[in-house]
Design a binder for this molecule. Structure first.
Ligand SMILES: N[C@@H](CCC(=O)N[C@@H](CS)C(=O)NCC(=O)O)C(=O)O
Length: 203
């Protein structure tokens, strides 16, 4: 089994942090998005959607989508639980992971893809106006997250989960476009310092 990965890309990092939290080590194979390697026929056969990460099994079959890969490992290695325990906690984790992925991550990714010159390699055409709209809307998403973190230690409540991983990766991805975190969001800053200090954050 191996994970097709790129060290700087945010979605593969989600899986690497998840595996580090579980203490799981697997082989990785780097793929260079900037050289268009994800558009090769060999890679497209593994994932027709041409995105990484992809988990490739020894029989040649594959799973893509970061959350699907994480769920696979959660089933095999339930502890520590990163998708919640019990009906209510699982629903909270699902809700927050989707909110962060479809809200914050989407905004940061669209801003970066449409505004950062290096991203022209994978986003064509780049539409600067759409990038600016998303950069501005990132601020609303950060304020919503700060409000949640004013009341809870972690994104989905009292326990670290995949929602924290998705949020950490999204916020760190803001650095590429130099999107600043508003200084007033003290709860977000407190949480970011705490989750960044976990050994898994280096993954
Ligand atoms: N929903 C997918 C998103 C994967 C994704 O967008 N990966 C990026 C790297 S972070 C990618 O491969 N982009 C290539 C492209 O858009 O051409 C997941 O969670 O795995």
């Amino acid at each position: 089994m191996k994970l097709i990965d790129q060290p700087k890309a945010p979605n593969p990092r989600r899986v690497r942090i998840f595996l580090a939290e579980k203490g799981i080590t697997i082989a990785t194979e780097p793929l260079d998005l900037m050289k268009g390697e994800h558009r090769s026929s060999g890679f497209t056969a593994l994932n027709p959607y041409q995105t990484i990460p992809v988990l490739v099994f020894d029989d040649g079959s594959a799973i893509s989508e970061s959350v699907a890969i994480c769920r696979y490992f959660e089933e095999l290695h339930p502890e520590p639980a990163l998708f919640g325990i019990g009906a209510r906690e699982r629903a909270d984790v699902e809700m927050w992971n989707r909110r962060i992925e479809l809200g914050l991550y989407f905004r940061v990714a669209q801003a970066t893809r449409h505004l950062h010159p290096a991203m022209a390699a994978i986003e064509s055409p780049q539409v600067a106006e759409w990038g600016e709209i998303n950069r501005n809307r990132t601020m609303e998403q950060l304020a919503l997250l700060d409000d949640q973190l004013a009341r809870h230690r972690f994104v989905a409540g009292g326990t670290y989960s995949i929602a924290d991983i998705t949020a950490l990766v999204s916020i760190d991805f803001m650095r590429l476009l130099k999107i600043e975190r508003p200084a007033g969001l003290a709860h977000l800053a407190r949480w970011h310092a705490e989750v960044s200090a976990r050994p898994s954050a280096k993954a």
